[in-house]
Ligand binder design. Structure first.
Ligand SMILES: Nc1ncnc2c1ncn2[C@@H]1O[C@H](COP(=O)(O)OP(=O)(O)OP(=O)(O)O)[C@@H](O)[C@H]1O
Length: 587
């Protein structure tokens, strides 16, 4: 209890403050005996006393007086108990305010049989029920005869400051001597015990502190109203923000769809990219240029988001380049849906192809559980060739891919191939110390000799034809065209085996004649594409013609490129013929 606050058991009950302590119940620990009170069930203030139940009717803090009464209206009887158990800080105090010693006689009137004994005091202040309360008290100077106590037995007499009339009228006034706070209270202040002491007190100025926490109802209603209003405002604000965010998101989706229809790649913020990928939750894979994550633009549009690393140049170049890439639309080329260029963050957003890359579908024909079948392979080979043709000749600005390989061919639900990763060489710097697996793969398996070494001629569209040829042969053979474990002997793994195939010594598992034809055709076209001399390789148009129209027996088998060259002891190959002039294209 704060020394400056006051408590009470009810609105009509005395206020409780220092030195009184309001306990929760009569059995609670009392710090200052005699000065503890509790609230009864019917909200009366009761003094905590070990033997007697007395009600506190008033407390006069200045005069240090406690006014008590017996709730059972038999104070003379209780007084004997009280008298035997003196209450420490108290002394009895007469209601007349006079400290006077009285000689009190106590009578047992239980045998009297009188039900209504009357005396002068009782006549003035009510009657004592002698059946219920048969102990009678009188002052020694009062006449027994007058009081008609002749039938009662005198028990004992005591000298006390209490007056007989007070006791008979159910009044008991006690004065506490310690602690004395009257001086302090007279100044309008309050007392409290000094720290760790129950004898010394200090005076506290409570003028700055509220004496009683009394909150008027109107204030309570206003406060509750304000809280309610505050909550309502917050709720409205949140709902508004929610809908505004939804509107913004919808506006973004609309903008994206507008761009989508206008064949323009949409620009996303990095926060969009995070949201689209669900915080980069599902990684689809990682290539030389960065990691790819699964994402969702809307319920219908699933995307793959490539987060680029090693980006170079300012955002402007990137955006220009992306703008050009965004105009590339072909059924066999992965479509760039959007991009992000924010600070150092660069990302590309593509359609998602849940089947992943062609690499995971290349299996030997005799692996019946996994092999796709010759028809499907032919369909894929044709699609890739069409995609290359579009890149080479069909779009505004001819594009050489430089990295055609099964990892960069994605397959949609119908196994329609989609060439991916075009244009990335322009967007990303290849850090030589970070040569990726893809770069290594390309170098070992798919990169044309002239890209590898200019001794073989100028880099041109024919470099992509070489890579395509290697990809075709890998599809036919169902195995890697390079033994990475013995990189020194790379390139020599395929052609002999393939030549055996086209010469009739078929090692490939085929079900019927038509399938043999497809396998042979793909192999012959592949062999043409991997000719050492770029000029000896067919253009992509010729490749398409061969694949689409020609019968396999109309196709001449090209010379084995690995036999028309001299091979060094290390397996590295050099051309015997001088490179022929081709249109040179800068990488
Ligand atoms: N649009 C896409 N849909 C589904 N999966 C994709 C998509 N793009 C890439 N992937 C998957 O993410 C992985 C990494 O792709 P990424 O193109 O970065 O690497 P890569 O082609 O293997 O190597 P590099 O980038 O060096 O050419 C691939 O295994 C591919 O299967």
């Amino acid at each position: 209890q704060n020394e400056c606050s006051e408590l009470s058991c009810g609105s009509e009950e005395p206020l409780i403050r220092f030195p009184f302590q309001l306990l929760q119940g009569m059995k609670d620990a009392c710090d200052s005996p005699g000065l503890c009170v509790y609230c009864s069930e019917n909200k009366e203030t009761m003094l905590v006393h070990p033997t007697v139940k007395l009600r506190v009717t008033n407390i006069d803090y200045r005069s240090q007086l406690t006014y008590l009464e017996d709730p059972e209206n038999c104070l003379p009887k209780k007084f004997l108990n009280l008298y035997n158990f003196t209450i420490p800080p108290y002394e009895l105090y007469s209601s007349h305010g006079l400290v006077r010693y009285n000689n009190l006689n106590f009578f047992d009137c239980s045998l009297l049989g009188l039900t209504h004994l009357r005396n002068s005091d009782q006549l003035n202040s009510g009657s004592q029920d002698m059946i219920y309360c048969p102990t009678y008290v009188s002052n020694s100077d009062e006449s027994i005869l007058e009081l008609d106590l002749t039938s009662c037995t005198k028990m004992f007499n005591i000298i006390s400051q209490a007056s007989a009339s007070d006791l008979r009228t159910n009044r008991l006034n006690l004065r506490w001597s310690k602690p004395s706070c009257s001086e302090c209270e007279a100044k309008g202040n309050r007392c409290k015990w000094k720290k760790n002491s129950k004898t010394d007190i200090e005076c506290v100025d409570c003028s700055a502190k509220p004496r009683k926490i009394h909150i008027p109802r109107s204030v309570l209603f206003t406060a509750a109203g304000s809280v309610f209003l505050g909550l309502a405002v917050i709720a409205v604000f949140k709902i508004d923000r929610h809908f505004r965010k939804k509107e913004e998101d919808q506006a973004r989706v609309d903008k994206f769809l507008e761009d989508y229809r206008a064949d323009k790649p949409a620009r996303f913020t990095y926060a969009d990219i995070k949201r689209i990928t669900g915080g980069f939750k599902e990684k689809l894979g990682e290539g030389a240029h960065g990691a790819v994550f699964r994402g969702k633009l809307s319920n219908e549009i699933l995307v793959a988001v490539k987060i680029l690393n090693n980006t170079e140049g300012d955002g402007k170049d990137f955006i220009n380049e992306v703008g050009i890439m965004g105009k590339i639309h072909h059924i066999n080329v992965v479509r760039l849906l959007g991009f992000c260029a924010e600070g150092l963050h660069r990302a590309l957003v593509y359609n998602l192809f849940p089947n992943g890359s062609l690499q995971s579908f290349i299996f030997p024909p005799d692996d019946k559980d996994h092999f796709l079948g010759w028809e499907k392979l032919q369909h894929i080979a044709l699609g890739i060739a069409k995609g290359i043709e579009y890149l080479h000749q069909g779009c505004d600005r001819p594009i050489i891919h430089f990295d055609i390989n099964p990892h960069n061919v994605l397959l949609d639900d119908n196994f329609t191939p989609k060439i991916s990763d075009f244009g990335l060489a322009k967007l990303c710097s290849r850090n030589p110390s970070l040569v990726s697996m893809t770069a290594a793969r390309g170098t070992l398996g798919y990169i044309a000799p002239e890209v590898f070494s200019r001794n073989f001629g100028n880099v041109s569209y024919k470099s992509d034809i070489y890579s395509y040829g290697m990809l075709l042969l890998e599809m036919v053979g169902g195995r890697k065209n390079v033994d990475i474990s013995s990189a020194q002997d790379f390139h020599v793994l395929y052609p002999d085996w393939i030549h055996n195939l086209v010469d009739g010594d078929i090692h490939v598992h085929v079900e019927d004649e038509d399938e043999v034809k497809i396998a042979k055709k793909l192999a012959i076209v592949g062999l043409w594409c991997i000719q050492w001399q770029p000029v000896n390789r067919p253009s992509i148009k010729s490749v398409l013609q061969m694949l689409e129209t020609a019968e396999e027996n109309q196709l001449t088998v090209p010379p084995n490129p690995f036999h028309s060259t001299t091979s060094t002891a290390t397996g590295r190959l050099t051309s015997t013929r001088p490179p022929m002039a081709l249109e040179a294209i800068q990488e």
